[in-house]
Design a protein around this ligand. Structure first.
Ligand SMILES: Cc1cc2nc3c(=O)[nH]c(=O)nc-3n(C[C@H](O)[C@H](O)[C@H](O)COP(=O)(O)OP(=O)(O)OC[C@H]3O[C@@H](n4cnc5c(N)ncnc54)[C@H](O)[C@@H]3O)c2cc1C
Length: 414
């Protein structure tokens, strides 16, 4: 039995978990001397916006801010402060890249179709710059129990434009050997992307839209940097994922309804002379193709303990839970490496796990105008486009209320 941390972890525990994901969250930031903020009113039309964190959340927000204001001929100035280069750190850099709007039971998630449409708009923009981001224009969801069969058949009946039921034989002919009772093929916007390459494409699109008003500043922001570093912005967006809970940022006192969950995956290499379908298959765990014909990723663990599992423990856990999905890969593949990232998982509510987005009124940071965009849980791809869009409207209006009026569900965490 795993020793699970309480559902809502204390800030101290969150810090320990974050700092223990290999070296992924060590900071290397500059130290800007603290100085007090000048007090100013909320800006109704902010011109200089600082975004801390350039993962899916931060880049989506930047893209929407720049798209909207450049259409009006007056792009805002956006500065992304990130501790590394685009696509190199955070949960986004290790995500499986599976995009679809269905829950594990095959139900449509809240705002799933709106999210799918919005994310596909961003993907289309990124594809102009990075065509290799698209790994597969479809994915497969396998049924391994009679209940899965029932649920997934219902998904294909309710959403025939996205999901097609496949018998065991049909699935086998498209995906290869596996221990399943059929499954669905998801397409028409449901797809598999290489997230780091996608983020690079989205960043290039931001640069194109902005006409020189966007910059990426490689800097790790910690509590000691906040005041001096963020004072120059009219509005600040905190989108640093689990980086908001590192020891350096503990003074922010982020007491939000989230837990941090470590996810480790194994990178597999197949013998190129061996024919294998190399498709994305999902059933709890997933197998996804990576760039290059002979590479696959199998993920991901759900770890709540402070000490990360070692390579052997990760491999054993994933093998136990996914061997039926990809017996040939486990039989013939070679584990080349392990990736690690931390999801900021929001508490499950009546509408599922919704992101945390909106004005941080209870803030401990001294900037007067701080927005939050985090808690994307395992639904980063389906939600980052839509909620970046909604958030950018609120930022440009300088009005949290407009956001709450249109999407009252975004108030769930307040
Ligand atoms: C193993 C794994 C697999 C996943 N697979 C999928 C999937 O297939 N589909 C899906 O939809 N979702 C998936 N997810 C979830 C998805 O990855 C997240 O929801 C999403 O990436 C969160 O994006 P984010 O921008 O909020 O945070 P992050 O991606 O963590 O980005 C945070 C950014 O902030 C930067 N940063 C951190 N601290 C600081 C600091 N102090 N100063 C400056 N910058 C800082 C980091 O460098 C990073 O660029 C997966 C998650 C994990 C862990």
């Amino acid at each position: 039995m795993r020793n699970l941390l309480p559902a809502i972890l204390s800030t101290m525990s969150l810090n320990l978990l974050v700092s223990s994901c290999h070296a992924a969250f060590t900071t290397k930031g500059s130290s800007i001397a603290s100085r007090p903020f000048s007090v100013r009113p909320l800006s109704a039309s902010p011109q200089r916006i600082g975004i801390v964190g350039g993962g899916m959340a931060g880049l989506s927000c930047a893209y929407h801010l720049l798209r909207k204001t450049s259409q009006e001929g007056n792009p805002v100035q956006v500065t992304i402060l990130d501790e590394d280069e685009v696509g190199r750190k955070g949960a986004s850099s290790v995500a499986g890249g599976l995009l679809h709007p269905f829950s594990p039971r095959g139900k449509l998630v809240h705002l799933g179709l709106e999210g799918l449409k919005s994310t596909n708009t961003l993907i289309k923009a990124a594809l102009k710059h990075e065509p290799s981001l698209l790994l597969r224009p479809h994915l497969y969801r396998a049924a391994q129990t009679p209940t899965h069969v029932e649920n997934l058949k219902l998904t294909s009946e309710n959403f025939p434009e996205f999901a097609t039921w496949l018998s065991t034989e049909e699935l086998k002919s498209q995906v290869g050997e596996g221990d399943w009772l059929g499954g669905i093929k998801l397409e028409n916007g449901c797809q598999v992307i290489h997230v780091p390459t996608y983020l690079k494409g989205l960043w290039k699109e931001c640069q194109e839209l902005s006409k020189q008003t966007v910059e990426w500043v490689p800097q790790s922001i910690s509590k000691s940097d906040w005041d001096g570093c963020l004072d120059r912005f009219d509005a600040v967006v905190l989108a640093a994922g689990s980086g908001l809970w590192t020891a350096e940022n503990s003074a922010l006192g982020m007491e939000l309804p989230v837990e941090l969950v470590r996810g480790q995956s194994v990178e597999m290499r197949m013998d190129p002379s061996l024919s294998h379908p190399n498709e994305a298959v999902l059933c709890g765990k997933y197998i996804v193709p990576r760039p290059g014909e002979d590479k696959l990723l199998i993920g991901a663990t759900h770890e709540y303990k402070e000490i990360p599992w070692n390579k052997e423990e990760v491999t054993t856990d994933l093998r136990d839970r996914s061997e039926g999905l990809a017996p040939v890969v486990w039989d013939k593949g070679v584990v080349e490496g392990v990736t690690c990232g931390i999801r900021v998982q929001s508490r499950r509510g009546p509408k599922g796990r919704m992101p945390i987005v909106g004005l941080w009124e209870d803030r401990k940071a001294s900037h007067p105008y701080v927005w939050l965009f985090t808690g994307l849980s395992s639904r980063g791809l389906i939600y980052h486009g839509l909620f970046g869009d909604i958030l950018s409207d609120a930022i440009l209006k300088g009005d949290d209320q407009a956001l709450l009026n249109s999407y009252s569900e975004t108030a769930w965490w307040k």
